[in-house]
Design a protein around this ligand. Structure first.
Ligand SMILES: [Zn+2]
Ligand SMILES: [Zn+2]
Length: 295
């Protein structure tokens, strides 16, 4: 089962709409637009009824099991018309929408070949055919009998939960890599301002329009813990964005240019998958406009 709290969603580059289809099987099928994948929609399954382990179970050992599957978060609400407040933070225009009980999804970035008849699943990335969308394979259903269906289709797995969410938009274009670094700076700065642990809130990017991303911040406690709600004020947003800027500006990793990041500025355990991509210089360039200090 995926763990909660993964902050890292790579942005969708091309999303349209979320559609939800209920199947009469043991899973709900939700089509969601591509997250990691560059285009088109991807579909994920919500294992509502949990998992059944294989009948062959090896003897337990004292070695801690590896965390097998990587996950990413996504905000499952594509309503561009959410009521927003707009604030000028020095030179940047910032819009923020607060959403109570916002729908979030946590998805595996690894995919699985799943039988839609009995629910049998195997990891696609370990398969000999990781790039195809379906495979033919006879298998034993959870009932112990051979399944009559031999076609397995590829899905990500995921689950949904509701929590407090804020959606921040800054009216300045950048690319996805830059936006991802900016998101990390905003998250860390927000935790510092709110005086909370880094794992209390998490974030992901959502595509808005060409070059513009939404920075989605959410409480990792399902139901919300009241943290991100506090961000919706001019004073708080100013403090957070200026803090994010300073965090990147006044580190010394990656030399003068800031062509890197480190654990004192923008890297965390939670964003380790993308450490190579996170660069101080992106944040400094992007948020320069919020700075009211001597330049
Ligand atoms: Zn089956
Ligand atoms: Zn650094």
């Amino acid at each position: 089962m995926p763990e909660n709290g993964s902050p890292a969603a790579w942005p969708s580059s091309n999303h349209t709409q979320t559609t939800v289809a209920k199947s009469d099987k043991t899973t709900e099928i939700v089509a969601i637009t591509a997250l990691l994948r560059k285009s088109a929609k991807s579909t994920f399954l919500i294992p509502d009824f949990g998992f059944i382990a294989e009948s062959k179970i090896s003897t337990p050992t004292l070695v801690k099991p590896e965390r097998t599957y990587r996950t990413e978060a996504a905000f499952v609400n594509y309503d561009h018309q959410l009521p927003e407040e707009t604030y000028d933070v020095n030179d940047l225009k910032v819009c923020i929408a607060s959403i109570d009980n916002g729908p979030m999804a946590i998805l595996t970035t690894d995919t699985f070949f799943v039988c839609q008849s009995c629910g049998y699943a195997q990891e696609a990335t370990q398969s000999r055919l990781p790039f195809v969308n379906s495979i033919k394979q006879q298998h034993i259903a959870p009932s112990g009998r051979r399944c009559s269906c031999d076609s397995l289709e590829k899905f990500a797995l995921g689950y949904r939960f509701e929590t407090d969410v804020v959606r921040i938009k800054i009216n300045k274009a950048c690319n996805a890599e830059e936006a991802y670094s900016v998101l990390q700076a905003i998250l860390l700065s927000a935790c510092a301002q709110l005086n909370i642990d880094n794992r209390e809130i998490a974030g992901c990017l959502q595509y808005c329009s060409a070059g513009i991303f939404y920075y989605i911040l959410y409480d990792t406690t399902p139901g919300g813990a009241g943290h991100v709600k506090r961000l919706n004020s001019h004073a708080m947003l100013t403090a957070i964005l200026q803090g994010a800027y300073r965090r990147a500006k006044f580190c010394d990793c990656g030399g003068e240019e800031g062509d890197s990041s480190c654990y004192s500025c923008l890297r965390t355990y939670e964003n380790q998958r993308h450490h190579d991509m996170i660069k101080r210089k992106y944040v400094v360039e992007y948020l320069e406009g919020v700075n009211d200090m001597e330049k």
